[in-house]
Ligand binder design. Structure first.
Ligand code: NAI
Length: 344
């Protein structure tokens, strides 16, 4: 099996080399992202391995099929960057549903604590021997209410962490988790009740048509003054312009963003020597109460190892058994074709 691995970073390679060699996969790493301009690189490969900011649109899927590529192996959980309707019946799409919910949930709490206790400011001040405490006043998390939108794997770990801090939880999910609501410290509520009752709001749902801009001007208007918005899920869950307006009007007290609506243009790359073209992102970053990390919530050694192992096992499992439990989009006649060897 020959795999074309797009958007390869140095930290991806050790784990993929290890598991790739173990399962006999030949992996060619491309630093470029997969998109309409780069899809030609996939010619001659059996599968492509892609990440969150690769573009797998209709054109890319058509070209992959023409080249005989049978599998799009996502090395992430979300698949909003794949045109699933177009992929259906044409190409297998596999994903890694969970690699470390702890990595993302812990990063979310790290950003929250950094923000509200001004650690990002203190770090810079003390390096300059400025030991003043002016402007460093934070607030206790204990007794505060956190609104959690999406109570899946990551959302539930984040809830556990918040409960450890003595926080109350208002949860919202389209499909509620059995046994989570205890009628007291953790309660499922409507979105409107979550907005109006939360001191902090954290997003842990996927990006879908329904959740697109779930935090918009209307939502922010319903929130408490000083609300802290945390987004470690997908950028387009938050209307960045509305968030900026909320920060400027002091309605939003702070924002911690590991993801950004237009992040594909910038995240994972070094733009330190350039003028940032995105005015909204530049303005958000300039705010003292906004912390931005560049989609790094997943980035722990544990998660990278789990990602590589599951991605490789997904591909090998599909080839050997004709099915894969982490398949999110089927290729027509896949089981029979795969077993008879016609699939590859
Ligand atoms: P999951 O599938 O376990 O949980 C997602 C939850 O969202 C489910 O409970 C689901 O019912 C709920 N949901 C679906 N539609 C909804 C809606 N319309 N409104 C409210 N809730 C809805 O997913 P997991 O593993 O917890 O991941 C959550 C998200 O985190 C992923 O979709 C992905 O976008 C993001 N993520 C971010 C990473 C990062 O590095 N920043 C890494 C991994 C995931």
């Amino acid at each position: 099996m020959r795999i074309a691995f797009f958007d390869a970073k140095p930290y991806d390679k050790p784990s993929f080399d290890k598991y790739g060699a173990e399962y006999g996969l030949e992996i060619k790493y491309f630093e470029t992202k997969l998109n309409e301009d780069t899809v030609e690189l996939a010619s001659g490969y059996d599968a492509v391995c892609v990440f969150v900011n690769d573009t797998v649109n209709a054109h890319v899927i058509d070209r992959l099929c023409e080249f005989g590529v049978k599998i799009v192996a996502l090395r992430c959980a979300g698949f909003n960057n794949v045109d699933m309707k177009h992929a259906f019946g044409r190409i297998h799409v596999l994903r890694v549903p969970a690699y470390s919910p702890y990595a993302v949930a812990e990063h979310t709490m790290a950003m929250l604590l950094t923000s509200i206790r001004r650690i990002h400011k203190a770090y810079i001040r003390t390096r300059d021997f400025n030991f003043s405490l002016a402007g460093m006043t934070g607030f206790d998390l204990h007794g505060k209410t956190v609104g959690v939108i999406g109570t899946g794997r990551i959302g539930r770990v984040f809830i556990d962490i918040c409960r450890g801090f003595g926080m109350k939880v208002l949860a919202y999910d389209k499909y509620q988790a059995q046994g989570l609501d205890n009628g007291d410290t953790i309660r499922y509520v409507s979105l409107d009740e979550l907005f109006s009752g939360s001191d902090i709001i954290s997003l842990h749902c996927p990006l879908t048509e329904e959740t697109y801009h779930v935090i918009d001007e209307n939502a922010i208007a319903k929130c408490k003054r000083g609300v802290v918005i945390l987004n470690t899920s997908r950028g387009a869950l938050v209307d960045a312009e509305a968030l900026l307006a909320g920060i400027k009007s002091r309605k939003v007290g702070a924002a911690c963003l590991d993801v950004y609506e237009e992040e594909a243009e910038f995240f994972f790359e070094d733009f330190s020597g350039h003028i940032l073209e995105d005015d909204t992102l530049a303005r958000l970053i300039s705010m003292p109460n906004v912390i931005v990390t560049s989609h790094q919530a997943f980035l722990t050694e544990d998660a990278l190892s789990n990602i590589a192992q599951t991605t490789v096992e997904n591909i090998v499992g599909l080839v050997n058994n004709g099915q894969c439990e982490n398949e999110v989009c089927f290729r027509r006649g896949q089981a029979e074709d795969c077993k008879s060897g016609k699939c590859f």
